[in-house]
Write a protein that binds this ligand. Sequence first.
Ligand code: NAD
Length: 326
Amino acid sequence: MRILVTGGAGFIGSNFVRAVLADRFAALAGAEVVVLDLLTYAGTLANLTEVRDSPRLRVVPGDIRDAGTVAAAMSGVDVVVHCAAESHVDRSIEGASEFVSTNVVGTQVLLQTALEVRVERFVHVSTDEVCGSVETGASVETDPLEPNSPYSASKAASDLLALAYHRTHGLPVCVTRCSNNYGPHQYPEKLVPLFVSHLLDGRPVPLYGDGRNVRDWLHVDDHCRAIAMVAVGGRSGEVYNIGGGTELSNIELTRRLLGLVGVSEAMVERVADRKGHDRRYCVDWSKIRAEFGYRPQVEFDDGLRRTVEWYRRNRVWWTSTSPVAA
Ligand code: NAD
């Protein structure tokens, strides 16, 4: 089997690639991997160092918006796992055009090529943010999409395109919508790596608004295991929510990070809230649990402790990639 992982040099994509090449998913054991990645600020080949000598890995530096590049990368591919995206909400508030271009147009180029190449499975990796803010309860897969940021709106558009390629052309598409991920190799602009890198450097952390926005935190290993399940056994045209992490407000999460680094709450600097900041995301993940027996395996406190340790031990990684490097 050959798997194309777009965005395979980013946070989630590289975790998936390392796991496949380590044969951590029995159903994908022995699979070859092609990584297609533009290596933007968020992607780095350093994320693939531990597998770079694998004879089962091929890396294609290139743009998912470029049909010729995509056709060459997708040749002979059975399964596409589409992780490439512009992924940071704050950047989408500053300027949305790259988000529309990569997330919407790039996804369409991939879908069209997948149709022509006749891939057996196209997993479109999306996010719980397309469902919008839910004050109470949990979003199910059939809820109407109510994205609020330019990032989530571009992801929602790409979800709909992916599902349209299934309904119109019969392309075997599955869409996954996962909650917030944490773990190693995440670019230090998202909350966990940003805060950890600041705290390790003795700098204050910028906490948005009242700090009471709530997210469901899932270890990236659990997300990738769920993606593998959907890649192997997902039903075409279906959406699968992936969640079941630990629901925490941003201030609660911040306090845990302060504790793990061993510093006090004096390191928290309150800053003006993000524009249009969604209060809470929460997905109902009973469907993927019922169909595949999925449930998270990484216990949150242990996963977070190991994540902080990874940043502590890999200062070179985040100081050489970081916008916050001193
Ligand atoms: P990331 O920003 O760490 O990585 C994105 C990767 O895509 C980078 O390697 C980048 O170089 C690459 N890329 C960007 N534009 C490209 C282009 N035009 N062509 C080819 N490659 C390009 O993102 P991530 O956190 O790993 O997220 C991966 C996917 O998972 C995204 O689609 C995101 O929406 C989704 N997701 C993320 C989270 C999360 O908490 N991080 C949660 C749910 C879903």
